[in-house]
Design a binder for this molecule. Structure first.
Ligand SMILES: [Zn+2]
Length: 428
């Protein structure tokens, strides 16, 4: 198959010949019996998400492996890491193999299960990290995401343990006592609205401690969904020491701020903006963008968190935390980072494919679009602007904060090892 007229990382138009799941040849004027018209789209290596909630097993009303990976493919992703906070929790070889098998059977992209750090995400006892690493799922990323591993001794042990198989502990940095009952960012807006605040220090204190622990035991730490300017300062310091620390930021923390809770197109106290960690201030957003641009934050990860209507469309204090994100991630990154001149397409490819694949130790993803690489390719048209229509999502859930918002760009096609999963913007 020939993919005609695409611009690799936004460069000059070329054609790509795909054979046996690999990129066979790149050049002008390639001909063959089967062609796909790339229409001058930007070609990126297939996107890799380090932080997706697929909800299966247990909450198939919110999302399944099938619907979640369809959503991922439509967003340009060829691989996702499925978070462990399912029911049952993915804390044994049996459960991670179940998720991995569901991915093989129903996945529209590759599914790499994340293993829980502690049994039942309860923070008391280490889960079977070695058994999950040795299982068919070959788990390399471990996280209690949704909850913080707040016990310093357990966190130290987990960091020590994963070294044996080159794993990484991905921490949801949230000091639980400082955020007991917290509803939104602690600041001017929370004060005005009378909602319990979620102080930045609750995130920053854990990140600082974990960077020190990772350095102490010489292990790999990954920090999930960094949301504050202070966290960026700590990461900058840890990296300046040469410590093995990586970090992610979500698309929503690059674009949205906490004053939406007070005043937004959909009114005040709308739980669509309720998310963990919470939306922060404009100054935080600016710091996160600068950190993603200069490499202090390594990657964009969606924290795609589907919830059914009844869990989201309720009063603020009762509503579930989280937003869907797979199908809007690239558009939001274009809006926040490319339109602002902070990143070019090569920079986007690094942060949404190359680096997340490296952190997750996925050999078959995040490779340069050159002959011999797996044909994991995303075709993206950055020239259009459309209003976000959640009813068109492939996700089972609709909890997007961008409904009706005009965002740039559109994923035209996604190829997984040469096989199209999305063509003309539609699932194949
Ligand atoms: Zn989290």
């Amino acid at each position: 198959m020939i993919i005609k007229n695409v611009r690799i990382l936004g460069g000059e138009p070329v054609d790509i010949r795909v054979a046996d799941g690999l990129i066979a040849e790149i050049g002008p004027g390639l001909e063959g019996p089967e062609t796909v018209d790339g229409q001058g789209a930007v070609a990126l290596p297939g996107l890799v998400d380090l932080h997706t909630h697929l909800r299966e097993p247990g909450r198939e009303d919110a999302e399944t492996v099938q619907s979640g990976t369809q959503s991922a493919a439509r967003g340009g992703y060829t691989a996702v890491h499925a978070m462990a906070n399912t029911s049952p929790v993915a804390d044994t070889a049996g459960v991670v193999e179940q998720v991995w098998r569901l991915g093989r059977e129903f996945g529209h992209c590759d599914v790499h299960p994340v293993g829980a750090v502690t049994v039942g995400l309860e923070g008391r006892q280490l889960a079977e990290l070695g058994a999950m690493a040795d299982s068919a799922a070959r788990v390399r990323v471990f996280s209690d995401d949704g909850k913080c591993v707040d016990d310093a001794v357990l966190m130290r042990r987990a960091l020590e343990y994963v070294k044996a198989f080159d794993g990484v502990v991905a921490q949801h940095a949230q000091e639980p006592r400082l955020t007991s009952g917290a509803q939104m960012n602690e600041g001017v807006v929370s004060g005005k609205l009378g909602l319990t605040g979620w102080p930045a220090v609750a995130e920053e204190a854990i990140i600082a401690r974990d960077c020190l622990l990772a350095a102490h035991v010489g292990s790999r730490l990954h920090v999930c969904h960094v949301s504050t300017a202070g966290s960026v300062e700590i990461l900058r310091w840890a990296k300046s020491k040469g410590w093995n620390v990586t970090a992610e930021v979500t698309p929503h923390h690059l674009l949205l701020t906490d004053d939406l809770v007070e005043e937004s197109p959909v009114g005040a106290y709308n739980p669509i903006y309720k998310v963990n960690p919470p939306l922060r201030t404009r100054a935080d957003v600016e710091a996160l963008r600068a950190a993603l641009a200069d490499g202090t934050i390594d990657i964009v990860a969606t924290d795609h968190a589907p919830h059914p209507v009844e869990d989201k469309e309720t009063e603020w204090s009762a509503a579930a935390m989280g937003m869907v994100g797979l199908e809007t991630a690239l558009s939001v990154v274009q809006e926040a980072m490319v339109e602002t001149g902070l990143l070019d397409w090569e920079g986007v490819a690094q942060r949404m494919s190359v680096a997340p694949a490296r952190i997750g130790r996925l050999a078959g993803h995040g490779q340069p679009l050159t002959p011999g690489s797996p044909a994991n390719i995303t075709l993206y048209d950055p020239s259009v602007r459309t209003k976000v229509d959640p009813s068109a999502f492939a996700s089972k859930s609709r909890n997007t904060p961008y409904e009706g918002m005009s965002l740039p760009g559109r994923v035209m096609a996604t190829f997984l090892r040469g096989r199209p999963t999305v063509l003309e913007g539609k699932l194949v």
